[in-house]
Design a protein around this ligand. Structure first.
Ligand SMILES: [Zn+2]
Ligand SMILES: [Zn+2]
Length: 261
């Protein structure tokens, strides 16, 4: 059956957050899974963190904002983040998910039809005439850069450290600006239902990731979905998750019992 929804005029919308930061979103796509795509303007180079579904040209959409070399980064392989990476000349992902990107692995990207995460009803308007969810695939791309734990991205006036934070997916990364205490967190932490049962998810790794992040000085989190939040909410989200997931007998529980007694 032909999809009778209208074709949108503009697939993306851009909000300027401050002089060096823009948030781009796919406004006609389902809000629950709509990613925040962050464009960071540095002194010597720019960063794009996440690239959306890849159903419209993000590269064209942001062209007027780009005046320096641009590194496009997928925070992880999921289709709502890595779908548009193929469009960019400089493309980065963590090594654990490089092969999935190279092969266009729809299962690892959680967009295979069997998983049922890409549905026509999630598209309020169409990115182009004739689009159907059934034909959607992850755009395969050869990574030009691999980002690993401890790598530093120096933009001249600010720098980001790459943190490898598995749990949601094996190669999830976040970018941390220690000087400004800002974290671009992808799907590692956001203020909504956290997903730890997807292909490639691992709850013990997620717990270890949060125990690590609890030690990180944070002022602002720019997440992969939903609203930006600050330090208090950051700690609340992690505490709630850890409380729900830690099983009796976990080393962390034993430790806290000793502290109490
Ligand atoms: Zn994800
Ligand atoms: Zn996501």
């Amino acid at each position: 059956m032909l999809n009778s929804k209208p074709v949108c005029d503009r697939w993306f919308a851009t909000r300027q957050i401050n002089s060096g930061l823009y948030c781009i979103s796919e406004v006609h796509y389902w809000e629950w899974n709509r990613a925040n795509l962050w464009l960071i303007k540095g002194q010597t180079q720019d960063l794009l963190i996440d690239t959306g579904l890849g159903v419209a040209s993000l590269r064209q959409h942001i062209a007027s904002l780009i005046d320096k070399p641009l590194l496009a980064i997928a925070s992880h392989i999921h289709f709502d983040h890595a779908g548009g990476l193929h469009e960019f000349d400089h493309r980065a992902i963590h090594p654990a998910e490089a092969e999935a990107l190279r092969m266009g692995d729809n299962h690892a990207a959680v967009c295979s039809h069997e998983l049922g995460f890409v549905l026509d009803e999630h598209f309020e308007q169409l990115p182009y005439a004739g689009f159907t969810a059934m034909q959607y695939r992850l755009n395969r791309a050869e990574p030009t850069h691999l980002l690993q734990e401890g790598d530093v991205l120096d933009l001249g006036d600010r720098a980001f450290e790459v943190l490898h934070l598995p749990g949601h997916s094996p190669g999830s990364i976040a970018l941390y600006d220690a000087k400004n205490q800002e974290l671009f967190s992808g799907d590692v932490i956001y203020d909504g239902d956290l997903l730890d049962q997807l292909p490639g998810s691992d709850i013990p790794s997620y717990i270890a990731t949060y125990e690590r992040l609890q030690q990180l000085p944070i002022d602002t989190v720019y997440p992969g979905h939903y609203q930006t939040f600050g330090r208090d909410r950051y700690h609340e989200i992690m505490a709630e998750y850890l409380e729900a997931k830690r099983q009796p007998g976990c080393p962390a529980d034993v430790r806290s019992q000793f502290v109490v007694s």
